[in-house]
Design a protein around this ligand. Structure first.
Ligand code: ADE
Length: 257
């Protein structure tokens, strides 16, 4: 009997972030489940399932549960975009998450602000080994290493782009105002959380992965600064750039597994 390894799930929020990877998928097979489309196949010789979390924490939790329960994935990696919150986190930079929190979770005064009730923790930690591989892959992709034979990511537009590692905050809102972004950053800082980037899914994915004991890591490319022009910057980045980043980083990551 031929035993095949359980697949690696590659999760993105939006189709535009997934397109480049989908175009490279070998022996693609489409499966419809839970109102979603899952793509099984091979990338860099590895069995994978490509899936869309959709937008927001609930949708992301549903997709993650389906990946684990239905597809038996052995690890989950998220690739997508985020708004840069931390000082020096610029559009075109990459953030590899070390840990995740929900910035819109507040059950105070019953529990400390941001703490996930009954888990006794505020932050969910990414899998250390996967995170280290993603960090190396992201550095390689930005540095134009010639392993894949494709061009590097750094164009004139994003020259000086760098890879950061740190905390990512998720919440069910698109942060699109300089004032809002400052308030969010300040409130988190008061509670001792220095956040690099904000998005809408990964803390939920991390929580489900913790529940099931499935290793999880995430990489986010900065599409905007979560400021007054975030909606414009986000839209053009997602259309024009996001998929190239996902492709270059995930190919290198899968090669290193
Ligand atoms: N994803 C990308 N940019 C974002 C922002 N500004 N707020 C929330 N999620 C995002």
């Amino acid at each position: 009997m031929l035993l095949t390894a359980p697949p690696t799930a590659i999760l993105s929020a939006l189709a535009q972030e997934q397109n480049g990877l989908l175009a490279l998928l070998q022996q693609p097979q489409q499966v419809r489940h839970a109102g979603r489309t899952f793509w099984q196949g091979h990338l860099q010789g590895q069995p994978v399932v490509l899936a869309l979390s959709r937008i927001g924490k609930v949708a992301a939790a549903t997709t993650t549960t389906a990946l684990i329960e239905r597809f038996g994935v052995q690890r989950i990696v998220f690739t997508g975009v985020a708004g840069g919150l931390g000082a020096g986190v610029k559009v075109g930079d990459v953030v590899v998450a070390t840990d995740f929190l929900q910035h819109d979770l507040d059950v105070s005064p019953l529990f400390p602000r941001y703490e996930v009730p009954l888990y006794g923790q505020t932050r969910f930690v990414g899998d250390a080994a996967l995170t280290a591989l993603l960090f190396t892959a992201a550095c390689g992709a930005l540095a134009h290493e010639p392993e894949t034979g494709r061009g590097g990511l750094v164009t004139q537009q994003f020259s000086g782009a760098c890879v950061h590692q740190g905390l990512i905050a998720s919440g069910d809102r698109f942060v699109s105002g300089a004032g809002e972004s400052r308030l969010l950053q300040a409130a988190l800082a008061v509670a001792g959380h220095e956040v690099l980037a904000v998005e809408m899914e990964c803390a939920a994915v991390a929580q489900v992965c913790l529940d099931y004991g499935v290793p999880f890591a995430a990489v986010r490319t900065i599409s905007d600064r979560a400021d007054d022009s975030a909606h414009v910057d986000f839209s053009s980045f997602v259309e024009q750039v996001a998929s190239r980043y996902a492709q270059a980083i995930i190919e290198r990551f899968l090669m290193s597994l």
